[in-house]
Design a protein. Structure first.
Length: 334
């Protein structure tokens, strides 16, 4: 495993979960993470922390979102014009007879993540609302070559059993996300499609990697900017809480929580380098990247620091920290 280091430490009495990192260019990075008393806790909030030297040193975390309920799974995207988007979802754990998901939200920053706009709600048309519905997100917003934005979301309506993966579109830089523009990525009886992510390949094709409850991730593709999607195909990746980063050389770095038990009895962070992402993503060697030793871990995220140098973040519950580690292509070779 590569050597790890501390990126951020949670506030006293809290632990860090679900880190995400994005490159802002010129060696500048911004990371976001959730702070709370546990994996599922009512007071979850989102903090951000920055680096000006390619991830070697990090500043002091600052609060970005702290609503009345649990703000979860923060994801960052840096648009072509420098605007940063912070997306997340919100749960009220106190409602009866079960918790209530309040939906997915996007905030904008035009000053490098120092301040954030009011949240824009995205995609509640999919769930229909209500205490028996579920509506959440895991993947970051993706910017298409023409400037449209796609936000991957997932959930089910109150009268449905199986979870579905969708994208919702914004044509105004993330200020609004009309429910009428939602498009289904994956759905089907007998399988829950969860936590979709989006990766825009060099040629403009969009690939969605989707967590499921059948031990392997599924993959779907769109060649028309997210308006239609191929039938989801089962991959060989025992992946949950995954991240797929398009690199400058056209390859894709996939990091994920490994549920196969081949590296450890609990979920650890593993990864693979997909050299031909326009083809099958199966058959690539997987490597162990990080293991905190705790059962609650993974949820990795990566950024490309420079060609051939990648930074991946994870979290360490006993230490209450966000951790990082550097890798390169050689770490993923057979």
């Amino acid at each position: 495993m590569p050597d790890s280091f501390v990126v951020a430490r949670a506030a006293d009495g809290l632990v860090a979960h679900f880190p995400d990192v994005v490159s802002l260019g010129g060696g500048k990075l911004l990371a976001a993470f959730r702070e709370g008393t546990g994996h599922l806790s009512p007071e979850g909030r989102i903090s951000v922390v920055g680096s000006d030297d390619g991830g070697l040193t990090w500043g002091t975390p600052r609060l970005a979102v702290d609503g009345p309920f649990d703000d979860r799974d923060p994801k960052l995207a840096c648009l072509a014009d420098g605007t940063i988007l912070l997306s997340y979802f919100v749960i009220d754990w106190s409602s009866k007879p079960r918790h209530t998901t309040h939906g997915t939200f996007v905030r904008r920053s035009e000053d490098g993540g120092l301040t954030w706009s009011e949240p824009a709600q995205a995609g509640m048309g999919m769930s229909g609302g209500g205490i028996l519905a579920w509506h959440a997100s895991h993947g970051a917003v993706a910017e298409l070559p023409g400037g449209d934005l796609l936000y991957p979301v997932y959930g089910h309506r109150a009268d449905e059993k199986w979870w579905r993966a969708y994208v919702v579109r914004s044509t105004d830089g993330g200020r609004t996300w009309p429910g009428a523009d939602e498009v289904e990525i994956a759905a089907g009886d007998g399988i829950n499609f969860q936590e979709p992510t989006l990766t825009v390949l060099r040629g403009g094709e969009v690939v969605s990697l989707i967590r499921t409850d059948v031990e392997r991730a599924y993959l779907s593709r769109s060649s028309d900017g997210g308006r239609t999607w191929t039938e989801p195909k089962r991959t060989d990746m025992p992946a949950s809480s995954h991240h797929a980063l398009a690199l400058s050389d056209g390859t894709v770095l996939v990091t994920y929580g490994d549920i196969s038990n081949r590296f450890s009895e609990h979920r650890v962070t593993a990864g693979r380098l997909v050299s031909a992402p326009d083809q099958d993503w199966d058959g690539y060697p997987d490597v162990l990247l990080y293991d905190s030793g705790h059962r609650d871990q993974a949820n990795p995220s990566s950024a490309e620091i420079s060609p051939g140098r990648y930074l991946t973040l994870g979290f360490d519950i006993p230490a209450a920290t966000v951790v990082g580690f550097f890798t390169g292509p050689e770490d993923y070779a057979r």
